[in-house]
Each structure stands twice: as C-alpha cells, then as structure tokens.
Design a protein around this ligand. Structure first.
Ligand code: PBG
Length: 331
C-alpha cells in the first residue's frame, strides 16, 4: 500500500495548532484609517459609493475621532475637501485650509493620534490634476508642469507640518517631490517629520469612488503622464529607488489587491517600512457584495488584510480599519 511520505495536514489538525504555526497576522497597530474633512457645520454625509465612510465638518468630527481612538487605531490619513478651487490649488497650502484646520482641531484634542496629511493638489485645483498645468512654449500643448508643481507641493507640506501634522504623505507622483518636500521641511525645522511617500502609485481605475468622494476627478485627460502603467513591475523599483535616494521614510504601494507582487518586490528590495494602500474601489466592491449577501464581509476583509501582511506590508491604509479593529477585539 502506498501512502503519503509527507503529511502537511498534520499541523492543521486543531485550531490551537493552527494558531501556533500561523506565519502572519495584522494587529490594530498596523492600521491607518482615512478620514475626509470639509468646511461648514453640521455635516456628516455618507459617500454613496463608499458605505460607512463620511465627509465630516469639524464640529461633527469629534464622534468619529472618539470611535476611532476608542478602537485603538493610532493613525489617520487626512483628506481635505475644500470649499474653493483654483488653478494653483491655493486652498491646499493656505493656513486656513481644511486640512490645516482639521489637523489643529485633531491634535488639540488627541495629541497622541498620528495625523498623516495627504499632500496633493488634485482636490484643490479647478482642473483636478495633481500638479500645475502649463502650455508648452513651443507646442502650446497643455501638460502637467513638474517643477512648478514641486514648489506648491513643498508649500503644502510645510503648511501641514506647521498645523501639527505628524507625517507628510505626498501622493502626487511628480518627479523630485520627495527631495523638494524634504528640503522645505528641513528649512522650516521639521527635520523629524517623516515622509510616507506614495512611491509606487498606479494610474488605476480602483480610485473611482475616492474621486467621487473627494471631488477630485481630472477635468480633462487622465493621470497617466504621472501615475504608473499597471502593466509595469520593474518600473516600480525605479520609482521606489528615487524616493529612497531623496529621503523617503516609508514607501506606499497603491492600489494593493491587484498589486501584491509589487508589495513583495518593494519589500524585498528596500529596507524601509512598506505601506499597502487598500484603496476605495477595493473597499466598495467588498461592501457591495456584502450588502447583497454574496460574501462574508468579516472573513473576506480579514483574509485580505492578512494577505497584505503576507505580501510584505508593514502597515495598511484601509477604509475597513474600524471594522478590522472591532473584529480583532472579538466584537
Ligand atoms: C490624491 C489621491 C487619490 C487617492 C489617494 N490620494 C486619488 C487619485 O490619485 O486619483 C486614492 C485613494 C483611494 O482610491 O482610496 N492624489
């Protein structure tokens, strides 16, 4: 009689044994929760394509912060939805900008909660691009002007740091942005403010619900001249490498689910902490399927977050953070 030489099932025979040999798990310490803040009063408005995620005016933010902190979540990623937009994205870097106001509001009440400020211009520009538009002097063609964008991004980062942001997270994908922001922060004495760089950011359809949420869809063209082609993997290493050279402290890979291989290769090739951004459509798809009773939401989200850890993520930015924290507590 033939029989298996190797019995891999031996270590799966009980829950306790499976717990003992488990290789990866996420904890609440790994989770970063994105928050959308807006001007005005009395606003708690659910984003239709992202059930359970809201826009808050500052007077309504308290309840959300209390819940988040109460669940043990230690870091939030702040997105501003401004009242006014212009060609330069002025409301991104003015002292009374929504992100600056919200940062002061949060740090006054929750000094230990890490405020990570998303540093980009697309929510704040009337054209919805992440950088400045200029017309090339000889061809007249409209293009995203890399170098003038850098100045405005650096101003945005400094104003966020001055408002009390703990970490700067630039998501604009301009070349040289980490260097420009690092230099500007250092000049203002923010030597210890880390940069969590969106180093590997693909031009992805998975940002659709976020763009509805942040009113940040480009008004013409797309983001393919600055965000990466989803078909490319080696290019991700070049993007990460330039950010590391320029002084990035943490490296984001975004989106996450369709890019597990990229998370792994960034992890293997660099020794900085790697962040997986579990983006808006990844969340919306789960929510939609769960609402239809087609999937077990808790099991799906737990498996997904564990998968990010297995792929090499040290941290996970996720709209599921509050639920995941609750489930970890056994609720
Ligand atoms: C801003 C920004 C975007 C996201 C985070 N920062 C949108 C974009 O690049 O179009 C997307 C996040 C998500 O989909 O959850 N540049």
């Amino acid at each position: 009689m033939s029989f298996p030489i190797v019995r891999n099932r031996r270590l799966r025979t009980s829950g306790a044994l499976r717990n003992l040999v488990r290789e990866h798990a996420y904890t609440v310490n790994d989770l970063i929760y994105p928050l959308f803040v807006t001007h005005g009063t009395g606003i708690k408005e659910e984003i239709p394509s992202m059930p359970g995620v809201y826009h808050y005016s500052l007077d309504r933010l308290q309840e959300e912060l209390e819940e988040t902190v109460g669940l043990g979540i230690q870091a939030i990623l702040l997105f501003g939805v401004p009242e006014t937009k212009d060609a330069q994205g002025t409301s991104a870097f003015e002292d009374q900008g929504i992100v600056q106001e919200a940062t002061r509001f949060i740090k006054e009440r929750y000094p230990d909660l890490l405020v990570i400020a998303d540093t980009c211009l697309c929510q704040f520009t009337d054209h919805g691009h992440c950088g400045m538009i200029h017309h090339h002097p000889s061809t007249g063609r409209a293009e995203i002007d890399n170098d003038t964008s850098l100045e405005l991004l650096a101003r945005t980062a400094v104003s966020q740091a001055k408002a009390g942001a703990d970490i700067i997270a630039p998501s604009n994908m301009m070349d040289g942005y980490v260097h420009a922001i690092r230099t500007a922060l250092d000049e203002e004495g923010f030597h210890h403010t880390p940069i969590m760089a969106y180093s590997v950011k693909y031009a992805s359809a998975f940002y659709g619900p976020f763009r509805d949420a942040a009113h940040s869809a480009p008004q013409f063209g797309d983001r393919k001249t600055y965000q990466m082609d989803p078909a490319n993997a080696r290019e991700a290493l070049r993007e990460a490498d330039s950010d590391v050279v320029e002084g990035a402290d943490m490296l984001i890979v975004k989106p996450a689910l369709a890019y597990m291989d990229i998370i792994r290769s960034v992890k293997d090739n660099f020794d900085l902490p790697v962040v997986a951004y579990n983006v808006s459509a990844e969340y919306s798809m789960v929510k939609a399927a769960a609402a239809n009773g087609w999937i077990d939401e808790k099991a799906i989200v737990t498996e997904t977050l564990t998968g990010f850890k297995r792929a090499g993520a040290d941290m996970i930015i996720t709209y599921h953070a509050k639920d995941a924290a609750r489930w970890q507590k056994g609720e």
